[in-house]
Design a protein around this ligand. Structure first.
Ligand code: ZN
Length: 406
């Protein structure tokens, strides 16, 4: 593990125009926003109970959040005609702010604009440009367009989720794109003048799932797999997300050549593009059908074509085996999987779960498949990444924003 991986604040993600070494943990105000992000409204008393802090402290921070407009009092929710003083609930302001997110995929880049709940307001997609410079330019110009499209919303931050690894502090490596030691966070921050967070996709999604599970007091450790064109895994324990080194080049025993020079690496074996290439090579789909992407293979498999079904089932088998092995090493309380290679063809999910269970020597652990399907998973990964400074230290962020505008 490189030095860069050791430096983490509690979402496990490098971020911001901030020194990552002095990155604060989530503040009380941040915890309050995290709760309000997934709740319609809550009173100060309910918030104090949920975060385990004194009511006076929570009341003070809520007042600050109200002053900055991030949350607002819900007098409209008070019962009418009830005698005595009632507690006024507060809600997250989803109207006046926005963040920008981008998911830079191996083939497609998606740029999104969303509110403080990480709900998308709009998105755009384009083929991922070949160079980091061109990619950052395209992402930034789409974000600039969103500023014009939503002039009445203040933009707080930007985030970039990518199927890459941090090679050193602030630098990413993306083997599929051939990018090495790219300071992508700094590049995007310079163009947009926003606090920018960069996160490996699997880590962003692990952080999201872990946070929701923690709020619901479901599990304390969680292992997340993200699989589409890239394969990523992340492990979250007690509020801290850790990268799992690289799972992309775990040997599967398949005969697929990997760009790294080895044969049978996991990522090369289960990537959507590999499935499409094999379907063309084996005459399962024509070149024209392949232009449609993986949907052509899925359509044939759904209609009962045995060759297409075998391709899809074989991929599920390789995924399930790898997941079972890695789960045994980590032994998490919860196992979550997402990404189009997992959820894109629903029939294969029971197969993945069955193979993973057979491969594991530990007691059964049900796999939870992400409810985020199609592009929704990339949208959410990007927007949740963009919200890291907002949900980490919202008051500090607002103060920094105010002073930088002077
Ligand atoms: Zn490899």
């Amino acid at each position: 593990m490189t030095e860069g991986c050791e430096v983490h604040h509690d979402m496990g993600i490098l971020y911001g125009n901030f020194d990552v070494r002095s990155q604060p943990r989530t503040t009380l105000a941040g915890h309050i926003l995290r709760i309000l992000r997934v709740t319609d409204a809550a009173t100060r008393t309910e918030l104090a109970t949920a975060v385990g802090s004194p009511l006076a402290t929570v009341t003070r921070d809520v007042a600050e959040l109200v002053r900055h407009g991030l949350v607002f009092d819900r007098h409209d929710l008070l019962a009418k005609g009830v005698p005595g003083r009632q507690h006024v609930p507060v809600s997250l302001n989803t109207e006046n702010f926005m963040t920008f997110g981008a998911h830079v995929g191996a083939r497609v880049t998606r740029v999104v604009v969303g509110d403080l709940r990480a709900e998308a307001l709009d998105f755009d997609e384009f083929p991922t440009p070949a160079t980091p410079h061109a990619a950052v330019e395209s992402v930034a110009s789409t974000m600039a367009r969103y500023r014009e499209m939503f002039p009445f919303r203040a933009v707080l931050a930007a985030g970039l989720a990518i199927g890459a690894q941090f090679s050193q502090i602030g630098m990413i490596d993306h083997a599929r794109l051939g990018w090495h030691a790219v300071p992508i966070q700094r590049m995007l921050a310079e163009i947009t003048s926003l606090p920018v967070t960069v996160a490996p996709t699997a880590e962003a999604l692990a952080a999201l799932e872990h946070e929701v599970a923690a709020l619901e007091r479901r599990s304390s450790s969680l292992l997340y797999f993200y699989i589409r064109e890239t394969v990523g895994a992340a492990w979250a324990l007690d509020g801290i997300v850790r990268p799992l080194g690289s799972v992309a080049h775990i040997s599967t025993g398949s005969d697929v050549a990997c760009p790294c020079g080895r044969i049978g690496c996991l990522e090369a074996t289960v990537a959507e593009q590999t499935l499409i290439d094999r379907a063309v090579r084996d005459g399962v789909v024509t070149d024209d059908e392949a232009d449609e992407g993986i949907a052509a293979v899925y359509r044939l498999a759904s209609s009962g074509d045995s060759d297409a079904t075998n391709l899809v089932r074989e991929r599920a088998w390789y995924i399930g085996r790898a997941v079972g092995r890695i789960r045994d090493v980590i032994n998490p309380d919860a196992l979550v999987m997402g990404g189009q290679a997992v959820t894109g063809f629903a029939d294969t999910m029971p197969e993945i779960a069955r193979v993973a269970r057979e491969r594991s020597v530990l007691p059964d652990l049900p796999i939870r498949f992400s409810s985020l399907v199609d592009g929704g998973i990339q949208t959410t990964a990007a927007l949740y990444t963009s919200l890291v400074p907002v949900l980490g230290d919202p008051i500090g962020l607002m103060h920094a924003g105010t002073s930088s505008q002077r």
